[in-house]
Design a protein around this ligand. Structure first.
Ligand code: DGT
Ligand code: CA
Ligand code: CA
Ligand code: ZN
Length: 583
């Protein structure tokens, strides 16, 4: 179990305890434990399993919590959580995911209305019954209704990063069984979609049949949903992600890969094309209708070729013009992870990051990058110790010294990588930037991001962003729509208008590669490109290990049809410096 997941369950348990009005001291110990675990550099599970170590050595973890952690890692829950889940309706955990409803409001709703399902909660809002309760109002009813819609849309979906990690883990496990040629993720994961409904794994090789058996016996399998000759399905892990594993017969690997990669819309269009050409396309191959002879199926390339098409990268297979482009030979050369030469959005211990500039630089070098930009938060983020003007200016000076080889005091080590001095500057409610322009002028790279007052109406948000674009030092809009996948919708604004203005002013668009954000999404990035926009793909890393999230941002860029020329951090350090220089 990852630390993050442990922290999530601890916080969830604390929420349940708050609904039950448990002792405040005990609730706080769970919450403190959650942040201690989440920020801990080592895997807590590994410490628990090592008899020579003690989890109580982690600051914030006492004896009581140590016992809870053991339970969590062993079985995904703990005693108090089980008690509370038995006491309250089954959908209580869902209620906690509804924005605007904290544990106290939920307790009040239980007490006054005995609601037990999300549908009942929706009814209460529609009947305007929340507003009569203390500290609730019409605005909250609206917010809860919006959040219910969002909840239903995201229920049962998982982040791309989670699906990807699970796929890697299962692939390694299945390969160990022997006799396996390949395990390939298909479906939405192969297409790089930001969330996955379930995981589709295709297994080839003479041991493929046994691999199904091996899969359902994996210790992480929570529930076997089906197990036949060619396919096994199961719910996996505490999170309950459904995994479909298919054993493919030799000779039709390509057709099966094509079919199970989807999307459904792409497949339907492709099948219709096949029929028009006198073929029948299925997961078993491409067959001539006239004599049922097999035309293709061994490789994906062969299937597309027989249909008169270039091979189409999976990320484009959404029936959004890719088949026409493949026919005309105009598919773009998409950006690849290996094109990326620098990561230009990251935080350090100066604000809410977990590592120093040097540690981040070191990790970036390990990724083979030529440059990084350090972009800590600005002063309005007081809880995170955001930079004020004085610190911004001092930081810019320090970076100039680093780059010129005069190492700052106490540090004589050459970083071996070019550093750009940056800032993730908050775009305040009125659209002004959080830092004075003359201080911003000292920096190489200013990201403007919205982190607060996100529930404005669209016209106000549009004005706010347009005003931010007036600052001549702003170089890029960071995570431009503010979405948090499965949690928070993008804030509404007139994207085309803001994008057009950004293009006019030479302001770039971020594709934020953080798995919870992936913002811009593919559709908006494609729109921005059509308007002449340029991009940067960056990780917003708060820890060295987050630099590895770059590939999810690249997947998003590929889904937006972007090539390396559209993405400025594919350039050399000099090229990037040139591109971001203000004229
Ligand atoms: P997901 O799981 O919701 O994230 O999305 P997918 O695309 O992975 O969908 P899934 O797992 O239901 O199916 C995997 C692929 O199998 C899908 O992308 C295309 C193919 N497929 C499934 N059902 C159909 C169908 O009814 N018709 C066609 N043509 N293809 C299908
Ligand atoms: Ca799927
Ligand atoms: Ca599936
Ligand atoms: Zn950031």
């Amino acid at each position: 179990m990852e630390n993050k997941e442990i922290a999530r369950i601890l916080n969830e348990t604390a929420d349940l305890m708050e609904i039950a009005a448990d002792d405040g001291f005990r609730i706080r110990s769970y919450r403190n434990g959650a942040s201690a675990v989440e920020g801990y550099p080592e895997r807590v599970e590994a410490i628990l399993k090592d008899p020579s170590r003690k989890v109580t050595d982690i600051p914030g973890i006492g004896k009581g919590l140590a016992f809870v952690l053991e339970e969590l890692v062993a079985r995904g829950s703990c005693e108090r959580r089980d008690e509370l889940l038995a006491k309250y309706p089954a959908s209580t955990l869902d209620f906690l995911k509804i924005q605007g409803l904290g544990p106290k409001s939920i307790a009040m709703l239980f007490e006054h209305y005995r609601v037990s399902t999300i549908d009942e909660l929706e009814r209460l809002c529609l009947d305007q019954k929340l507003r009569v309760l203390p500290r609730m109002g019409a605005k909250l009813e609206e917010k809860v209704l919006r959040s219910i819609t969002q909840f239903r849309k995201s229920a049962g979906r998982f982040l791309l990063s989670f699906a990807d990690r699970t796929a890697r883990e299962l692939t390694a496990y299945l390969m160990e069984g022997g006799g396996i040629e390949s395990v390939t993720p298909a479906g939405s994961l192969r297409r790089g979609r930001e969330t996955a409904g379930d995981l589709d794994l295709l297994v080839t090789g003479r041991g493929a049949g046994e691999a199904l058996e091996r899969f359902v016996n994996h210790p992480g399998v929570a529930e076997v949903l089906g197990h036949g000759e060619n396919k096994a399905s199961a719910r996996f892990g505490h999170e309950g992600l459904q995994v479909d594993v298919r054993a493919l017969p030799a000779g039709s690997h390509g057709a099966a890969l094509q079919y199970f990669t989807g999307s459904k819309e792409h497949n339907i269009a492709l099948r219709n094309r096949a029929v028009r050409m006198g073929f029948k396309l299925s997961e078993y191959g491409l067959f001539r209708i006239a004599d049922e002879s097999k035309v293709a199926g061994e490789t994906e390339e062969g299937v597309y070729e027989a249909l008169g098409l270039r091979w189409i990268p999976p990320e484009l297979r959404e029936n959004q013009g890719e088949i026409e482009a493949a026919e005309a030979g105009t598919l773009p050369r998409l950006v690849e992870l290996s094109d990326i030469r620098g990561d230009v959005h990251m935080h350090t211990t100066e604000t809410d990051g977990r590592a120093s500039l040097e540690e981040m630089a070191h990790e970036a070098r390990a990724h083979g990058y030529q440059y990084i930009a350090i972009t800590d938060h600005s002063k309005v983020m007081a809880m995170m110790n955001g930079l004020d003007e004085t610190r911004v200016v001092a930081f810019a000076k320090r970076v100039r010294e680093i780059n010129s080889g005069i190492a700052p005091e106490g540090d004589r080590e050459d970083l071996g990588i070019r550093v750009f001095s940056g800032l993730e500057c908050d775009i305040l409610k009125d659209g002004t930037l959080d830092i004075a322009w003359d201080a911003l002028a000292e920096l190489d790279w200013v990201i403007g991001s919205v982190h607060s007052h996100m529930n404005m109406e669209a016209p106000e948000m549009t004005d706010r962003l347009l005003r931010a674009l007036e600052c001549p030092h702003l170089r890029i809009l960071g995570h431009p729509t503010g979405r948090l996948l499965l949690h928070r919708d993008p804030f509404p604004f007139d994207f085309e208008r803001v994008a057009a203005e950004a293009v006019k002013r030479g302001v770039l668009f971020e594709i934020n590669a953080s798995p919870e954000r992936l913002d811009l999404n593919a559709t908006l990035a494609r729109t921005a490109k059509a308007l002449g926009g340029k991009f940067v793909i960056s990780t917003d890393a708060h820890h060295p290990k987050h630099l590895a999230n770059m590939r999810y941002g690249v997947a998003m860029a590929r889904r937006a049809w972007l090539g390396p020329e559209d993405v400025l951090n594919t350039r050399t350090a000099d090229g990037f410096a040139e591109a971001i220089r203000r004229n």
